[in-house]
Design a protein around this ligand. Structure first.
Ligand code: COA
Length: 290
């Protein structure tokens, strides 16, 4: 399945057209595979969106393609040159968003960094980089958007993972960051609920066609991966987009402080794709097999 949506998403999907008319989404990492499709679903349902990224060309191209998809000129604003580790850069992005669209209703804190690294080879700076992008970046995003979320009684969606539910090797940095994101979201649900703001997480499993799955699956074949997932298939970006739409929609108006795991039941097996090779996969010379 291609990693983009088209207009059949509305015609064939469970959502009513235009349910997000008049709403504005602020999405970090919005040019990336998963967050891009989350954004596409929102704009196909009438939302305007701002996608925030580091890379100028990638962010501009994604915004242009998404505006064409929505059939509404300039419905997606690209803001590039933003590193989520820097709060002032996010404040600038929020100011540009409000200047262009006047409000922020939905926030997706999606910018993330990941690589496979055994703890012994993980430098202090590498750990700090991933925790800073994933966790501090999520904090900065929510914090910078907060004044406008209060005005709109909006909703925040953090992108988490399942790596911290058990000890996935070579993901200590990401697992630590994502555990922090879950904790942050839960606290915000409690603190900001009284302002009418909801805060939830999505924890994607193995999503086909993403950079993450190609890095994490290593030498494991697609059939082998699917056999370890209760629903017997990899996830799609559309699976994540549909959960995103639900969580931002009025159907989820009483849902806050949750982590929605969208993984076909995979984490319940306590598995990771290198499990059959354990403990040989911990040997440094064998790491490429994970
Ligand atoms: N294995 C081990 N260490 C690694 C690494 C790898 N594959 N890739 C980067 N690092 C280390 C670097 O060596 C550096 O540490 P050092 O200074 O001790 O050498 C540290 O991470 C920071 O690297 P840097 O190149 O300065 O990148 P950055 O601060 O801009 O951080 C990363 C970005 C590291 C997360 C990078 O992987 C990235 O930008 N990835 C693209 C986004 C992404 O990962 N998407 C996947 C989403 S699932």
């Amino acid at each position: 399945m291609p990693n983009t949506l088209d207009n059949s998403y509305i015609a064939n999907g469970p959502w009513k057209p235009a349910i997000f008319e008049g709403k504005v989404a602020f999405v970090t990492g919005g040019a990336g595979t998963i967050c891009r499709v989350q954004t596409e679903a929102l704009i196909l349902l009438g939302c305007k969106a701002v996608i925030v990224g580091r890379n100028k060309e990638k962010t501009q191209l994604a915004a242009k393609e998404m505006s064409i998809l929505s059939q509404v000129p300039d419905s997606v604003l690209p803001i590039y040159g933003v590193d989520v580790r820097e709060f002032d850069q996010l404040e600038r992005a929020v100011a540009l968003t409000v200047e262009k669209f006047g409000r922020i209703d939905f926030v997706i804190a999606g910018a993330a960094g990941n690589f496979i690294a055994p703890f012994e080879q993980l430098s202090a700076n590498a750990f700090k980089s991933v925790v800073s992008i994933d966790l501090l970046g999520s904090f900065n995003t929510a914090k910078a958007c907060l004044p406008y979320l209060k005005l709109s009684k909006g909703s925040i969606l953090f992108v988490s993972a399942t790596f911290h539910y058990y000890g996935v090797p070579f993901q200590s940095h990401v697992g630590a960051a994502k555990a922090g994101i879950d904790a942050l979201s839960n606290a915000l649900a409690v603190e900001l609920g009284i302002s009418g703001i909801r805060s939830n997480c999505i924890a994607p499993g193995a999503i086909e066609g993403t950079e993450g799955i190609s890095r994490l699956s290593g030498a494991v074949s697609k059939d082998q991966m699917c056999s370890k997932i209760p629903l017997q298939r990899l996830g799609t970006t559309k699976d994540i987009a549909d959960t995103t739409v639900f969580l931002f929609s009025d159907a989820a108006r009483y849902v806050t402080g949750t982590v929605h795991i969208v993984d076909g039941g995979m984490w319940h097996l306590g598995t990771h794709f290198g499990r059959e090779m354990y403990p040989q996969n911990l040997l440094v010379e064998d790491n490429a097999k994970l």
